[in-house]
Design a protein around this ligand. Structure first.
Ligand SMILES: Cc1cc2nc3c(=O)[nH]c(=O)nc-3n(C[C@H](O)[C@H](O)[C@H](O)COP(=O)(O)O)c2cc1C
Length: 399
């Protein structure tokens, strides 16, 4: 059970849509939120809020099979919305979860007709916030307009990265009065084939499914950054997509999200994993020099490049730790292996780099498991500036 007294670093509570949440982790709409039992578990593990499985006019009937892995940190699924009747959500699942002390976000989809039939009952059932989710941008805005007119609790819109212009839709939602945003929903349609059966793994009508987890994080990262950058005043933004560890959450916060959804990580590691995410986040934020989530929000914005930058990397290799005896480099040679240009040779404790071959791509730094190999960007030389000018010229030439 999450205990805030066990936090060893930064304050991880956040303010979101007028509520004070115990952590920025929002247990996203999904199989862990099929009912009160799962949502209460999430709350006890430290989730700042829990989102109900999406409530629609009818209960979902799911095909078999409808969930599978993609590598070991991502999923494909063709699971539908909530598989129990909406009355059950109003009478049991939402009130029980609220009574347990959780902040409950009622997810409502996917059409205007359904929003009209459901949102007021979700508010009456005790939900603190409503999250609207739809298949297309065109349906989301009418759903939002109706909901804003008929409920008094905050309303957030869940955006999809599969839409033609998600960032423009974010703007429209805010203009139509959305109190907050969630970016983004699962990516798809996607496909996985079981090679033993020579058949799609998902038994949806077309064999396709939706991808979640680590694989989608860089896509969702870009949306969160762009939305946060375009709306500097927006504090009620929560990211969804591939938060597998505390560092991922910090990435999103630096990009501009205040909260972070967790779905795939909770499915693969158990919902209790949220507790570890909380303690790790507090510790890591402090290590990085931040006292709170608010403190780290948008921290990376000022460091985004204003232009393409041409220069060389100035490498530093430290085979040993400060004592000069303990090995810092573990001689795994990953830096050598990933060098596509054969520029790097490690003959422990000596490393040589042929700077005529090295393109300063930076991959060797990313794969070094211990930080023995680091680099800073060297100051631009006259030659670099000339190359930068030429690179710019190329784009003009091919216009
Ligand atoms: C099996 C499964 C079922 C899901 N069902 C819903 C749903 O009913 N409504 C919804 O808005 N999102 C649903 N999602 C999407 C998640 O809420 C979340 O946005 C997405 O999984 C990305 O986050 P993650 O990488 O942390 O999993 C589902 C995801 C999974 C994996």
């Amino acid at each position: 059970m999450f205990d805030k007294n066990k936090l060893t670093g930064a304050d991880i509570s956040i303010d979101f849509c007028g509520y004070h949440l115990q952590s920025p982790y929002i247990l996203s709409s999904g199989p862990l939120c099929y009912g009160a039992e799962g949502m209460i578990k999430g709350h006890k593990a430290g989730a700042g809020a829990v989102v109900t499985k999406t409530i629609r006019l009818g209960a979902a009937i799911n095909p078999v099979h409808h969930m599978g892995t993609v590598n070991n940190d991502s999923l494909i699924n063709c699971e539908k919305w909530a598989d129990s009747d909406r009355l059950n959500w109003y009478e049991k699942e939402i009130p029980e979860t609220v009574a347990a002390g959780a902040t409950v976000i009622g997810s409502v989809g996917h059409t205007l007709k359904e929003a009209q039939a459901i949102v007021e009952d979700v508010e009456r059932a005790g939900a603190h916030i409503i999250e609207l989710v739809s298949y297309t941008e065109d349906t989301l805005l009418p759903m939002l307009d109706y909901t804003k007119e008929h409920v008094n609790i905050p309303v957030i819109c869940k955006l999809s990265g599969n839409w033609p212009d998600t960032v423009a839709t974010a703007k429209k939602c805010l203009e139509h009065g959305a109190d907050g945003l969630c970016a983004i929903d699962s990516i798809g349609p996607t496909l996985k084939i079981d090679i033993n059966k020579a058949a799609p793994e998902m038994m949806s009508g077309d064999g396709y499914g939706w991808m979640t987890g680590a694989a989608m994080r860089p896509i969702a990262m870009r949306y969160n950054y762009e939305i946060a950058r375009n709306h500097p005043e927006l504090m009620n933004l929560y990211a969804s997509g591939g938060v597998m560890k505390a560092e991922d959450a910090i990435e999103y916060m630096m990009a501009g999200a205040m909260g972070v959804g967790v779905c795939t990580a909770g499915i693969l590691k158990g919902v209790e994993y949220v507790e570890k995410l909380c303690y790790d986040l507090s510790k890591k934020l402090k290590e990085l020099g931040y006292d709170s989530v608010k403190d780290v929000n948008r921290a990376a914005h000022k460091n985004f490049p204003k232009k393409e930058y041409v220069a060389k990397l100035d490498f530093k290799f430290e085979p040993f730790k400060e004592d000069g005896v303990t090995k810092k480099c573990v001689n795994c040679k990953k830096c050598e292996t990933v060098c596509c240009y054969d520029a790097r040779v490690l003959d422990f404790p000596k490393m040589t780099v042929d700077m005529d071959k090295c393109r300063s791509c930076g991959l060797c730094l990313d794969v070094c498991p211990t930080g023995a190999l680091t680099a800073v960007t060297a100051p631009q030389t006259a030659e670099d500036l000339e190359l930068e000018r030429k690179s710019k010229e190329f784009y003009e030439l091919v216009k």
